[in-house]
Design a protein around this ligand. Structure first.
Ligand code: FAD
Length: 461
């Protein structure tokens, strides 16, 4: 079986390796570096920068631990160099995996000719035609840059340019208080940039629990990050000195740079979808069935190119499922539980429904919660902000969970598994959690669903 994959982001490269392991002859076409957005301009670089920020925070708080560190400074150039080194090492890692799995990597731009043929405009100028049994489209997404924002990559930038800045700007307007805006906004604030986040919705992280967003805003205020919610930018002027924006409520804001983080859109430019009759929805996302096959038999699509959440772990899972299906195994691409993570400080992590969504769906639910403040481990590491909240339905089945606090993104896996497997709060709460660990907050929140948390501090008036 011959398979051609266009795009080597997490969707494409994991599909390639799985298909090769299942015995296929695989060719991957990539116009840039392997690893896609995730590795080169997304998950890995942002978290590498945030890791430097965390070291800074720890260093600034060292005295509380009886450790004295007289002179803490940062150098963004070195932080970026460290990030670049991590990225290039991981890029080489994927190239090595391709080599060792016998995958043929072709550098160039791929385009569909028919349901079995892909044409590649190679980086060296040559044009090549590849014929295969199945084709996987995994060309990902690009940042949304509406014309009114005058994106120029210099004063009006996206996350791509933000991740390459060698000196922190004096001030930056962050348009959009979603995951990328919050993560990069907090990072640059720690580097000394005056940050203003402008968000159209009533809260930042608009799809997350309201109380979680409020707690994050409180932390942002402590760090002097200005957050303007339920507001929008109506006009943008780019000048020599920077950017001047007018807000819906009449206010003027001025900053050296403006970061656009208002979302991403599927990238299928030049793929020839229309000519082949591959159906796309109104947002330009390719329509697929449960097997991740498009409306044209034999052509599959995964990741940011389809309507599932634009997340690397979703793209990789879909890549693996599509590979299995292309090789004749019957796997479904319907995801029961998708973890959502924000790597701010404190971290935010959630799975399943929020309380508001449960209300909107008319589900009869109960919640249990536990504050990290009451936990020995949180006190030990000096990270007491935040809470675990668990939502169960009338049968005690866990249908959602939100965590804000230390290591929330790692802690979430237990609850993702619970939602995936349909576990009850009673069953998961029966599991012995090691002491002293942060995971005890989950156990206590599970017990709290039934009013049985031993360590929860109750407010009695
Ligand atoms: P991509 O990773 O976008 O890969 C697509 C690849 O296709 C690219 O390499 C591109 O060059 C190539 N390509 C496109 N067209 C062609 C063509 N015609 N021919 C050849 N090659 C082509 N997700 C998380 O889960 N966790 C995070 O912490 C996280 N952080 C993020 C931070 C930022 C700043 C950004 C921007 C994104 C972040 N994401 C995160 C989202 C994540 O990066 C994406 O969801 C993921 O990369 C999507 O994978 P993909 O394989 O669908 O596409």
């Amino acid at each position: 079986m011959k398979i051609t994959i266009i795009g080597a982001g997490p969707g494409g490269y994991e599909a390639a390796i799985m298909a090769a392991k299942l015995g296929a002859e695989v060719t991957v076409i990539e116009k840039s570096e392997v690893g896609g957005t995730c590795l080169n301009f997304g998950c890995i670089p942002t978290k590498a920068l945030l890791a430097s920020k965390d070291v800074l925070t720890t260093s600034l708080e060292a005295e509380k631990f009886g450790v004295f560190n007289d002179h803490t400074t940062t150098d963004l150039k070195q932080i970026i160099e460290r990030k670049d080194k991590i990225v290039s090492g991981l890029v080489k890692g994927i190239e090595f995996l391709f080599e060792s799995n016998g995958i043929n990597l072709v550098r160039g731009i791929g385009k569909l000719i028919d349901s079995k043929t892909v044409e590649v405009q190679r980086i060296d100028g040559r044009v090549e035609t590849l014929v295969s049994d199945k084709i996987l489209l995994a060309t990902g997404s690009v940042p949304i840059c509406p014309e009114m924002f005058h994106y120029d990559g210099k004063k009006v930038i996206t996350s791509i340019e933000a991740l390459a800045l060698k000196t922190p700007p004096k001030s930056m307007i962050v348009v959009g208080g979603g995951v990328i805006g919050c993560e990069l906004g907090q990072f640059f604030a720690q580097m000394g940039t005056k940050i203003t986040i402008v968000e159209m919705a009533d809260q930042i992280l608009s799809s997350e629990d309201e109380s979680v967003a409020k707690q994050l805003v409180r932390q942002f205020k402590r760090e002097k990050i200005k957050v303007l919610t339920a507001n929008a930018i109506t006009d943008v002027k780019v000048q020599d000195s920077g950017v001047v924006v007018t807000l819906k409520k009449g206010e003027l804001l001025e900053a050296e740079l403006m970061l656009l983080s208002i979302g991403r859109s599927s990238y299928s430019k030049g793929l020839n979808l229309e000519e082949l009759g591959i159906k796309v929805d109104t947002k330009g996302q390719i329509e697929v069935n449960e097997s991740l096959e498009t409306s044209v038999k034999g052509i599959y699509a995964v990741g940011d190119l389809i309507s599932t959440p634009y997340l690397a772990h979703v793209a990789s899972k879909e890549g693996i499922i599509a590979a299995e299906n292309m090789l004749g195994n019957n796997k479904t691409g319907v995801h029961k539980a998708i973890p959502r993570c924000v790597y701010t400080d404190p971290q935010v992590a959630a799975v399943g429904l929020t309380e508001k969504e449960a209300q909107q769906k008319g589900i009869s639910y109960k919640t249990g919660s536990f504050d990290f403040r009451s936990l020995g481990k949180a006190q030990i590491i000096g990270k007491i902000q935040g809470q675990v909240k668990i939502i169960v339905n009338e049968h005690d089945v866990i249908i959602g969970a939100s965590i804000i606090g230390p290591e929330a993104t790692d802690l979430l896996t237990e609850l993702t598994m619970a939602v995936h497997l349909g576990l009850t709060a009673e069953v998961l709460g029966d599991v012995i959690h090691p002491h002293p660990t942060l995971s005890e907050a989950i156990m206590e929140a599970l017990h709290d669903v039934h009013g049985k948390s031993i360590n929860k501090v109750l407010m009695r008036l």
